[in-house]
Write a protein of this length. Structure first.
Length: 406
C-alpha cells in the first residue's frame, strides 16, 4: 500500500512495493473507541471492595471529578489516550461533561477543559471527536448537586452557545450529546439533536432509568428520544442494555449507531444488551471503553460475541467481519473517511503479530478471538506505536504519575 498526505493512494494485495516497510502479523484498519470518559481511568482497579452497584460506583466517580483541574486532567487524559493508542485506537470519542470549575464556576475560557482534551489527544497521537455533553439536572425532577454542578451549563441555550465556539480541525471534530434522558429535560433534546454533526446519548444502561422515565413522561427513553427527533443515522446511543422490542425496532428503523461497552457493562453488572437483535433490526454497532476498566479494543469485540454466546447459548452470533465493523466505526464519530484499508481512506493501520504466546497458531481471520498484543499503530500515515512501544515514551509511568497526582 502507498500513503500520501496521510491517506492511502494505492492498495495492492500480495505485492510489496520496493522500499516498503513490512508490518508483522495481521494488519487491520485503526480502531475507533466510540465512547469513553478519560477521567474514569483513575478508578480502574479501585472500586471493587464491598461490592456495590452502578450507583455506588458513580459516587466514587464523582469524587474523582471533584478533584480534577486542567493540569491534572491534561496529564490523565494524555496517558489514558496513549494507553488506547497502544491497543490500536486511532480515533477517540471523548464523551465530555466535566466542563466547569469547582462549584460549577466557568473557567475564564469556558472551554478550558475541551482544550485540555484536545491537547491530550494531540500528544498521544490519536485523533479526537470531542462529544460535548449537555447536562442540566440531577435526574427526573431532581436538581443538580455536588460535583454535578461542574457538568452543567445554565441551560440548553448556554450549552449551545458554548459549543458553537468549538472549532473542528484536522485532528479534532466536534459532536454533541445529551448526557441521558435523566440529565436533560425533553424540551432540550431538539436543540441538541439538531447539532450539525454526530449526536450521542447514554441510553437505558440501567432498568432504573427506564422506570423513572416512564413514570415521569409516560414513555421509554427510546420513545422519548424518538418523539423529540433525536434518533437518526447521525445518532449514537450508548449501552442500550435494557431496551424492549419496541425500542429495538425504533433504533433499527432509524439506522442509529448502538455503542456497546462490554467491559464496562460487565464491571458495573449492567446486564447484556440485545446486540444481535439490534443489528438484525438495522442498528449499526460500535464499541467503546466507556469507564476504561480496560483498554483492549480487540477484547471489547471479543466480549461482544462472548456475551451473546452466554445469553443465547449459541456460538457464532457475529462474524469476524461484523466484529471488525464494530471496531472501526469511525463514522459514528464523524470520520467517514476512516476505517478501511482502501484508496482515499485515512491511512490508519494496526499490526497484530502472530508469533507471540497469545497468538501462536491462530487463524489470521480469527485473531480477535485470541489474546493479542498490538505491535504497530499508524495514524494518518504516522507511526504512533512501534514494537509495542508508544513514541511518547513509557505510558505506564505516565499513568502512574497522572493517577498518583489525584
Ligand atoms: Zn459513558
Amino acid at each position: 500500500m502507498e500513503v500520501v498526505d496521510g491517506a492511502f493512494t494505492a492498495v495492492e494485495i500480495g505485492a510489496p512495493a520496493a522500499g516498503a516497510s513490512i508490518l508483522p502479523g495481521v494488519v487491520l484498519p485503526g480502531f475507533a473507541d466510540v465512547h469513553g470518559h478519560a477521567f474514569h481511568r483513575a478508578l480502574r482497579g479501585r472500586t471493587h471492595d464491598d461490592g456495590g452497584t452502578f450507583w455506588t460506583w458513580r459516587e466514587q466517580m464523582y469524587a474523582v471529578a471533584e478533584r480534577l483541574d486542567p493540569d491534572t486532567y491534561l496529564a490523565l487524559a494524555r496517558a489514558t489516550y496513549a494507553e488506547l493508542a497502544l491497543a490500536g485506537v486511532t480515533t477517540v470519542g471523548e464523551f465530555h461533561y466535566l466542563h466547569h470549575g469547582p462549584g460549577g464556576v466557568p473557567y475564564d475560557d469556558p472551554n478550558t477543559m475541551s482544550t485540555v482534551l484536545r491537547q491530550a489527544a494531540q500528544d498521544a497521537g490519536v485523533r479526537l471527536t470531542l462529544i460535548d455533553a449537555c447536562y442540566l439536572r440531577g435526574g427526573f425532577g431532581t436538581p443538580l448537586s455536588g460535583p454535578q454542578l461542574r457538568f452543567a451549563d445554565r441551560g440548553v441555550d448556554a450549552w449551545a452557545a458554548r459549543v458553537a465556539t468549538l472549532k473542528a480541525d484536522d485532528h479534532c471534530r466536534i459532536a454533541a450529546a445529551a448526557h441521558s434522558v435523566r440529565a436533560v429535560p425533553a424540551e432540550a433534546l431538539p436543540t441538541i439533536g439538531g447539532f450539525d454533526g454526530p449526536v450521542h446519548v447514554h441510553l437505558s444502561e440501567q432498568p432504573a432509568e427506564n422506570d423513572e422515565c416512564v413514570a415521569a413522561t409516560g414513555r421509554t427513553p427510546t420513545q422519548l428520544l424518538d418523539d423529540y427527533g433525536f434518533l437518526g443515522p447521525r445518532a449514537t446511543v450508548v449501552h442500550a442494555t435494557h431496551v424492549d422490542p419496541d425500542a429495538v425496532r425504533t433504533l433499527g428503523g432509524r439506522r442509529a449507531w448502538v455503542c456497546a461497552c462490554p467491559s464496562t457493562e460487565r464491571d458495573l453488572a449492567d446486564g447484556i444488551g440485545p446486540m444481535r437483535t439490534l443489528a438484525d433490526a438495522g442498528a449499526r454497532l460500535a464499541l467503546g471503553t466507556d469507564q476504561h476498566v480496560g483498554a483492549d479494543l480487540l477484547g471489547e469485540a471479543r466480549a461482544l460475541e462472548d456475551d451473546e454466546r452466554l445469553g443465547s447459548r449459541e456460538r457464532g452470533r457475529f462474524t469476524s467481519a461484523e466484529l471488525l465493523g464494530a471496531l472501526t466505526a469511525h463514522e459514528a464519530l464523524g470520520w467517514a473517511d476512516t476505517g478501511a484499508i482502501a484508496v482515499g481512506q485515512r491511512a490508519d493501520l494496526v499490526a497484530v503479530p502472530l508469533d507471540q504466546p497469545g497468538t501462536a497458531g491462530v487463524d489470521p481471520g480469527q485473531v480477535m478471538f485470541a489474546p493479542t498484543n498490538v505491535d504497530t499503530v499508524v495514524r494518518d500515515g504516522h507511526v504512533v506505536v512501534s514494537g509495542g512501544r508508544h513514541v511518547i515514551g513509557d505510558v505506564g509511568r505516565l499513568l502512574v504519575d497522572a493517577i498518583g497526582a489525584l
